[in-house]
Structures are given as structure tokens and as C-alpha cells.
Design a protein around this ligand. Structure first.
Ligand SMILES: [Zn+2]
Length: 158
């Protein structure tokens, strides 16, 4: 999917990536490109669809690459895995891998797309300021509220 995106994008521009799945795909992007969750060039927008979008980080224009269910007729093992047609314990992982290798890029489709402005980097954009939370005393981004998100009740902890 990364190869397809690379082949369809202009050279010499800077791209960010949106990954539509939390599972597996983000790791592939992080291994094969310089875009990571940590540097924020990779954003996970969990639609649960098996798709990646590479887009120009300043204009938002890009290409979406997705696993196309319509192209899986010839690939029964991939199809069964992708659509969870049979229980995982009954799937043959070797057969799935073999089909993936033989199918190559033929099972994906692409579409030109433009991302919403909130995903675009504006060159002059000011970084948000950091302050100390008056409630817990830890540093946090002050654009998130009067206190840090945890003190607003959004703690992940029991
Ligand atoms: Zn706090």
C-alpha cells in the first residue's frame, strides 16, 4: 500500500499519512516511512476500514489506498481473513500469507482525495502554550481547558 501511494505521489513534496485502522497498518507505515505517531506525521483515524491516505501536508491533496473487497474473488484465503468469514482458528495463516504474496498490489484500489483542513499543517501555525494545572500541578496544553484533561474527569486510570 505504501508502494502504491509512493508511485502515485509527486516527488519532492512532504506528505502526512492517515491510517484508518488501529490494527497492524500503523506499524507498516512506521517501518516503511518516516511518518510515525510520535512525530505526528502519521495520524490514526479509526474508521475500521483497511486504508491509508498519503497527502500533501500543506494542501491536503493526496491519494487513498484501500484493500478492495471487490478484488478478492480470486483470493479465498485473504477474503475469509479480511471479512472474518470463518473463525480465526480455522484459517490457514500460511495460505493467507501465500495469497498476499501472490496477489501483490492487485487487491488494492486508489482514489484521489483531499483531507479536511484540521489535518493540514499551516506553516505559520503557533504552537499551543503549556501551563501548570492548578489542580494537580502537572504541565499540560492550556488550550485543553482551565485544568488538565485528567482533572476534568478524563483520566484513563481507576
Ligand atoms: Zn490536572
Amino acid at each position: 500500500m505504501v508502494d502504491i501511494a509512493g508511485a502515485n505521489l509527486p516527488q519532492g513534496e512532504f506528505f502526512d499519512v492517515i491510517c484508518e485502522s488501529q490494527h497492524c497498518l500503523p506499524d507498516a507505515v512506521q517501518i516503511l516511512t518516516q511518518c510515525t505517531v510520535g512525530n505526528r506525521w502519521l495520524k490514526i483515524v479509526d474508521t475500521s476500514r483497511y486504508a491509508l491516505t498519503f497527502y500533501n501536508k500543506y494542501t491536503g491533496d493526496g491519494i487513498r489506498v484501500y484493500l478492495d473487497a471487490k478484488k478478492l474473488q480470486e483470493w479465498p484465503a485473504i477474503r475469509a481473513w479480511f471479512l472474518k468469514e470463518i473463525p480465526k482458528k480455522d484459517q490457514e495463516s500460511q495460505q493467507i500469507l501465500d495469497e498476499f504474496r501472490r496477489a501483490g498490489t492487485s487487491i488494492y484500489s486508489t482514489a484521489k482525495t483531499t483531507v479536511k483542513p484540521s489535518y493540514i499543517t499551516s506553516p505559520g501555525k503557533k504552537r499551543s502554550s503549556i501551563g501548570l494545572c492548578p489542580s494537580c500541578g502537572e504541565a499540560y496544553r492550556t488550550d485543553l481547558g482551565e485544568t488538565c484533561p485528567v482533572c476534568q474527569g478524563k483520566s484513563p486510570y481507576l
